[in-house]
Design a protein around this ligand. Structure first.
Ligand code: PMP
Length: 398
């Protein structure tokens, strides 16, 4: 009999072709999480240099207190959808906090960032519409497109001229939604927002920007790359997540579109999934207020990013992009990448091992991401481990 799992043969073979000596990069268990930047992994004290904890807020006392108080006051969960029994005052307050951050009239909270993309994209773009996405878009953007009835086109990664050309080829009168990310999570490269906005304006296209990795690190109030580039008011839909800088879980979309509120009754991933628990809503609200008002975490994050980026560059490593909170070390040979990842872990440094097909341009990446909570001494330790790995492997020396 044919097996439903036959289709996974290729994936199984790929998985089995990765040879690990001591640790499997996809089976890492954080046995004890000590702080935003330290955990016990396989009994060993490890510096975390591959989380999305950009602002380092997961152990912030203000966020913990808010979550604890909400947990005690309102219970462990809402047991219902936002459109039935799952909207508490706190959900509304969180939405008002997000709308305030972006200066928009509306904000809608979803239960994850993945659901925010599914829920927004599939609902906004219908049968007669066109979606144009950056080729390197996150899986949730691709899946949102898959769930919509629109015609989907990709343009070359971060290439506003290619977008302009493709938009120019469309018949007048077609409704188009362009979707990009502020900061791309694998290579750490930023979108050319001003040029993309100009192309969208020229062709009357709507623009959605997913600021998942840029909320926190970028912008005078941490809103993201669109704010940093001075074009926030020209973006139609900002999507984001609470699972990175905000330090918990959840997602959102903010917009000034006058009819935005109808989406609460149209977006199936919003309507047919339970709302976020009170503790999560409370810590997200507290974290977003910190991101907006306190510049210290942002400054510390950039100090750390620059220290790591400069140090790795000086060692001769090839990096994915200019300095950003995501610093991807490109390793040509896949086996060397796997071995280097294991060696780093052996040195007490955890980074993300990212391999094709999950990476752009078939690159093998040791993806580092920084946190405001890293100390300069921890960054020195990360650099020392990379130095040691480089010496023993001659990785990336061309
Ligand atoms: N968009 C982007 C660009 C992401 O990187 C991610 C998470 N990796 C998401 C959306 C989904 O966010 P969440 O973890 O909240 O589901």
């Amino acid at each position: 009999m044919a097996d439903l799992f036959d289709k996974f043969e290729g994936l199984t073979n790929l998985r089995n072709s990765l040879v690990f000596e001591n640790a499997d990069p996809y089976q890492i268990v954080m046995e004890d999480v000590i702080s935003p930047t330290e955990a016990m992994i396989d009994g060993k004290h490890t510096i975390l240099a591959g989380t999305n904890n950009y602002m380092g807020l997961t152990f912030d006392q203000r966020c913990i207190d808010a979550a604890q108080n909400a947990l005690v006051a309102s219970g462990t969960g809402t047991t219902g959808s936002r459109v039935l029994n799952g909207t508490y005052s706190a959900h509304r307050e969180l939405e008002a906090t997000i709308a305030d951050l972006y200066g928009t009239a509306h904000a809608m909270v979803f239960s994850t960032g993945f659901l925010a993309n599914l829920g927004m994209i599939s609902t906004l773009a219908g049968k007669d519409d066109i979606i144009m996405i950056d080729a390197d878009s996150h899986a949730s953007i691709y899946d949102g497109c898959g769930l919509s009835d629109a015609t989907i086109t990709r343009f070359r990664h971060n290439d506003a001229a290619d977008l302009d050309k493709r938009l120019g080829r469309l018949n007048a009168g077609r409704r188009v939604l362009v979707i990009i990310e502020g900061l791309y999570s694998m290579l750490g490269d930023k979108a050319p927002l001003a040029d993309i906005v100009a192309a969208c304006k020229k062709h009357d296209a709507y623009l959605m920007v997913d600021e998942a990795h840029s909320l926190g690190p970028y912008g005078a109030n941490g809103q993201g790359v669109a704010a940093d580039e001075g074009v926030l008011d020209q973006v139609d839909f900002i999507v984001g997540t609470f699972s990175k800088s905000v330090g918990t879980v959840g997602g959102f979309c903010a917009s000034n579109h006058p009819d935005f509120e109808i989406l609460r009754l149209a977006s199936r991933p919003y309507m047919f999934s339970a709302s976020l628990p009170p503790s999560v809503v409370a810590s997200a609200t507290a974290a977003i207020k910190i991101i907006k008002d306190d510049r210290t975490p942002q400054q510390n994050l950039w100090r750390n990013a620059e220290q790591l980026h400069t140090g790795l560059t000086e060692m001769g490593y090839q990096l994915g992009a200019e300095c950003s909170p995501v610093i991807a070390v490109l390793i040509e040979d896949r086996d060397v990448a796997v071995r280097s990842w294991e060696q780093l872990l052996g040195e007490g440094i955890y980074v993300n091992l990212a391999l094709p097909p999950a990476t752009p341009q078939n690159t093998n990446l040791l993806r580092c991401s920084l946190s405001a909570a890293h100390t300069p001494d921890q960054i020195d330790k990360i650099l020392a481990a990379f130095e040691k790995v480089k010496k023993s492997n001659s990785v990336n020396q061309s």
